[in-house]
Design a protein around this ligand. Structure first.
Ligand code: GRG
Length: 329
């Protein structure tokens, strides 16, 4: 159950999946946002022991206008997996959606810091350390990460809470998000020593897949797994969701690289062309735009193919995989 620390916002328990309604992918993502953002706000209803400046930074980072892709993956995986009492499953999924968005928001805040990617613009606004200061941005990321696990532990059904927390911890840790980020920085800064960035195109593609599988893909896969777990998915459905997540994550990344190379800064809400400026390996620089686009489409089809064993409604996940490679932001 979604338990607020100060439960003053009524109604989450009475909201059902049907509120998300119908429409195209941007419309449905906007409905996920309208549904999840009040839960994000509620999760930040902390006691007066939380420092006001820190809490302001957490609100700034977490409630900034992102696409809410990871919450959508949680909720749509839950809809595709649903096997238990509807309201309870849905509430558990909303708690998981909040937790993954907190991990995502923390990673963006830390990634934007001068010591990492050093960015001024994120989600169309000054980055957290620009709006506040470096130290507050570091603490904001730390606090969001801790609150993600508190939220998940409080909201998942007790039978799956430990498994869910372990899944999220692994996706956020040294073998995934943080490890991928560390290897990416090491390559960019020449810290690799004898193990250099590969020179052959095929090896470069394998290298990028390994970086992005950890840095970006792992949190998508965790989102899908948590949505499934919240809704009582069986192991066949969890495996199908995981296959979808692997292909979806890579399709997302190739599309992200194409947007960075060719997209419009105002539409995307962050600085573009930075990867090329820094001489970073990207799918378009290694494979060219046309081949990158072809691979992204093939991965999008592979992702939808993975959903075949799921007997319930997985249309949202299918449509998202198609949209993710065609989007302009
Ligand atoms: C600092 C531990 C640590 C990790 C940073 C997330 C990340 C790892 C780096 C961000 C750099 C980046 C642009 C990666 C590409 C993939 C990515 C995570 C893009 C942002 O995700 P979206 O498009 O963002 O879902 P919104 O703002 O819509 O939520």
């Amino acid at each position: 159950m979604m338990v607020a620390r100060h439960d003053t916002t009524p109604g989450l328990s009475s909201r059902l999946a049907s509120e998300i309604g119908s429409g195209d992918v941007p419309t449905r993502l906007a409905r996920v946002t309208a549904f999840v953002d009040p839960a994000l706000e509620q999760a930040l209803d902390l006691s007066s022991d939380a420092s006001p400046r820190l809490l302001a930074a957490m609100r700034y980072a977490l409630l900034a206008p992102g696409k809410r892709l990871r919450p959508a993956l949680v909720l749509w995986a839950a809809s595709a997996s649903h096997a238990g009492p509807e309201a309870a499953a849905w509430e558990a999924a909303v708690g998981a959606a909040v937790a993954v968005e907190m991990i995502h928001a923390y990673s963006l805040v830390h990634d934007d810091l001068p010591a990492m990617d050093d960015d001024d613009l994120r989600r169309g606004r000054p980055t957290c350390h620009k709006a506040f200061d470096d130290a507050t941005a570091i603490l904001c990321g730390d606090a969001l990460q801790a609150l993600a696990f508190e939220t998940l532990a409080r909201t998942l059904p007790p039978t799956v809470a430990a498994r869910g927390c372990a899944i999220l911890a692994r996706a956020a840790g040294a073998e995934a998000l943080v490890g991928g980020q560390s290897d990416d920085l090491a390559a960019e800064r020449g810290w690799l020593g004898t193990e250099q960035t590969p020179v052959e195109a095929a090896d470069q593609v394998a290298w990028m897949e390994r970086i992005h599988g950890r840095k970006t893909g792992a949190l998508f896969r965790a989102s899908l797994a948590l949505g499934g777990l919240a809704a009582g998915a069986d192991e066949t459905t969890l495996a199908a969701l995981d296959g979808y997540g692997r292909a979806f994550g890579l399709a997302f990344q190739i599309a992200d690289d194409l947007l960075d190379a060719e997209g419009d800064e105002a539409t995307i809400g962050k600085r573009v062309g930075k990867d090329a400026e820094r001489g970073k390996l990207t799918f378009p620089t290694v494979l060219g735009s046309a081949e990158s686009r072809r691979r992204a489409l093939a991965l999008s089809e592979a992702a939808t193919g993975c959903l075949t064993p799921i007997p319930r409604n997985a249309d949202d996940l299918r449509n998202l995989a198609t949209w993710i490679v065609a989007r302009d932001h």
